[in-house]
Design a protein around this ligand. Structure first.
Ligand SMILES: Cc1ncc(COP(=O)(O)O)c(C=O)c1O
Length: 390
């Protein structure tokens, strides 16, 4: 049997070593707390589950869904965008439901990338942008996200010959893994750059609803002209604690939406309808759950930040997202330090290098662990540091 080159080209799974060590520790009966994954611990709101159960009882929802989603779901997405961002969308041409944002992010490369084509991809970044590009036969030109530039890419430093060849530009704010946010002014610069070089912009924005201290992240589509050049991926995963139900959307430029609809209609048969009804309920029902969840994450953020500062790990207070991006001690590597925390404190964090070379020197800590366990993790970090300095 000979597998395709793309399977061999997949980067080695960097967490294999750490996963093996976690398994060994757990086999010995040791308790390990994972701050490694951004998967909300808070359940999906009860009114959403109620609607899901009701819809699951209806035989009309037991059949194949349409790839392009229920018209009422597309309308609910358009209305939500109008209410939240003041962005007007045509539900029939500018909205496409997805089986989670990840699915669309992976597949959109098939709409733009021919073998040899280039995508502009941030570094560090959610890995699917570059993997999708590679699966389509293209290559990624990495745009470093540097702390001194507030983790925004420096578009001016992209060589013009690369920009001329590039077909897609990926951006993601609030950002995973750095937790940085972007202003409308930055998105306006992105629109101008995309127009200059005729590049499609894919903005990935699943964390716009997870924000702190009253901050309200903006949508890329709020930038004038954004719809002429790009789309925005969004998701119900983080906004409504629905990671397990797999439902998201892409909205914006009608030509891009049409291309992705054509790809998807040849690959999948849409989102189970009961889940689409649950998603409609989430988008159109009471929204208080968002503030309630954010208050929980904010308390955890403050507690962890205080502890990280006390033990000498520098981290900027995030204004949004589910993460804290902290610098590892001078002279250590991200994998080395993550391994130390696992071995000596029983805590799992994500080494920054897992998101690309630009992530070296950092670890990512997630806020999605139930309060009691989260407090235990913080106490372990403090105790570990005290042992180290004593
Ligand atoms: C930046 C980013 N984009 C997309 C996703 C995937 O979201 P979904 O659950 O909707 O597939 C994630 C999930 O962690 C993410 O961090």
């Amino acid at each position: 049997m000979r597998t395709a080159k793309r399977i061999e080209e997949l980067p080695p799974y960097l967490f294999v070593d750490i996963s093996r060590k976690i398994a060994e520790k757990r086999a010995k009966g040791e308790d390990v707390i994972s701050l490694a994954i951004g998967d909300p611990d808070i359940p999906t709101p009860p009114h959403v589950i109620g609607r899901l159960c009701q819809a699951a009882q209806d035989p009309k929802n037991h059949r194949y869904p349409e790839s392009e989603g229920l018209p009422e779901f597309r309308r609910a997405i358009a209305q939500w965008y109008e209410n939240r961002f003041g962005v007007a969308l045509d539900p029939d041409r500018e909205v496409l439901p997805l089986i989670g944002a990840k699915e669309g992010i992976g597949h959109i490369a098939l709409c733009f990338i021919d073998p040899g084509d280039i995508a502009l991809v941030p570094d560090p970044a959610y890995p699917v942008y570059s993997i999708g590009t590679m699966f389509a036969g293209g290559s990624s030109h990495y745009m470093p996200l540097r702390e001194e530039n507030d983790f925004l890419p420096d578009l001016e430093s992209i060589p013009p010959d690369i920009a001329q060849k590039a077909k897609i530009l990926w951006i993601n704010y609030p950002n995973n893994p750095t937790a940085a946010v972007a202003s409308l002014d930055f998105f306006e610069q992105v629109v101008a750059f995309a127009k200059k070089y005729d590049i499609a912009v894919c903005h990935d924005g699943p964390y716009t609803e997870v924000a702190f201290d009253g901050y309200r992240p903006v949508s890329f589509l709020e930038a004038p002209g954004a719809k002429d050049v790009g789309v925005e991926f969004h998701s119900l995963s983080k906004s409504y604690n629905m990671t397990g139900w797999r439902v998201g959307m892409v909205v914006g430029n009608a030509k891009i939406i049409d291309a992705l609809t054509r790809v998807k209609s040849n690959l999948d048969s849409g989102i189970p309808q009961a889940i689409q009804y649950a998603a409609i309920e989430a988008l159109t029902g009471p929204q208080d759950c968002i503030e309630e969840h954010n208050a929980i994450y904010q308390r955890r953020r403050d507690l962890l930040l205080k502890t990280l500062n006390r033990i000498g790990l520098r981290a900027r207070p995030p204004r949004a997202s589910l993460y804290i991006w902290a610098k590892v001690p001078e002279g250590d590597t991200s994998i080395g330090f993550a391994t130390t925390l696992l071995e000596e404190a029983g805590i799992v964090v994500t080494p920054g290098i897992g998101y690309g070379r630009g992530g070296e020197g950092y670890i990512r800590l997630s806020l999605t662990v139930p309060d009691g366990r989260f407090e235990e993790a913080v106490a372990r970090l403090t105790a570990w540091h005290e042992r180290k300095i004593s």
